[in-house]
Design a protein around this ligand. Sequence first.
Ligand code: NAP
Length: 307
Amino acid sequence: MVHKIAIVGLGKIARDQHLPSIAKNPDFELAAIVSRNAELEGVDHFTTLDDMLAARPDIETVALCTPPQVRRQYAEAAIRAGRHVLLEKPPGATVAEVEWLKNLAAKHGVTLFATWHSRYAQGVEPARAWLADKTIKSVEIVWREDVRRWHPGQDWIWEPGGMGVFDPGINALSILTHILPAPVLVTGAVLEVPENRQTPIAAKIDFVAVTGHTVTADFDWRQEGPQTWDITVKTDAGLLELSGGGSVLRIDGQTQLAADDTEYDGIYAHLAALLASGESDVDIASLQLVADACMLGAISKVEAFIE
Ligand code: NAP
């Protein structure tokens, strides 16, 4: 069965990833775009979600590619209209609203899929399998990228709920919470907030695993040139390194895998499986860690960020 799907919010990630992955996947047909500003030639267009929901009862699934601050309202409307919902990451602006959406989806008998694209990087599952029976000694995350390259002209990332550098940092945490055998807890954080902005441009976070080892995270949005998306895990049986955002896996310096980016193809394959089984997939562990880092974080004001 081919699932008709609508994209809500035709911004960077919708164009870069969702459109190509939907086009490639025979289980989906792009049936409409909901956008306040943009249209796509040959595809039905609506300026509001409510108009689309009323006019196209045949569209059973919506992919919400908006910023997190407005996602709950869109998700609620779609769920109440009996549609399945894919949420871009982070799945919401607060932990509680995502939990609430999960319950609402269950009540309405629809699938809710809170996506974490980095979990579909090809080194992540092998890393999880390798770590499953190891004793972990420490974990170091370094996630440094150039905000001007990945979020050109986007104001929402600097506004409350936009999460600042946690917008990419949560990708690292989504991998961390997937590959480690035991949960981790935030113990402290320093958040560097530009004096002209509301959200951090850099953050250092300390965690402790319930099994006792430490985790450190260094998130920074000021890195030009080569970008760094690395997670290094020291274990009793050797050193595991995930780099390139999870696409490269090394163990004790030996490359096990260096793969192409197929993250969003993985997301749509999983969505098709969820729709077939009638299940939801909503894991908020990494969103909770970001919330906790903000609860415990000391604020350090840094120089203004001018785009
Ligand atoms: P973006 O380029 O700013 O696009 C977001 C789109 O959401 C806008 O084009 C806008 O589309 C729509 N929108 C609806 N209500 C809005 C509102 N109140 N304020 C602003 N936009 C609104 O952002 P993006 O980079 O695609 O990011 C969207 C989501 O994808 C974020 O949660 C982000 O974390 C995630 N993501 C981004 C990247 C990346 O590389 N940028 C990578 C992975 C995931 P219309 O004008 O069409 O209505």
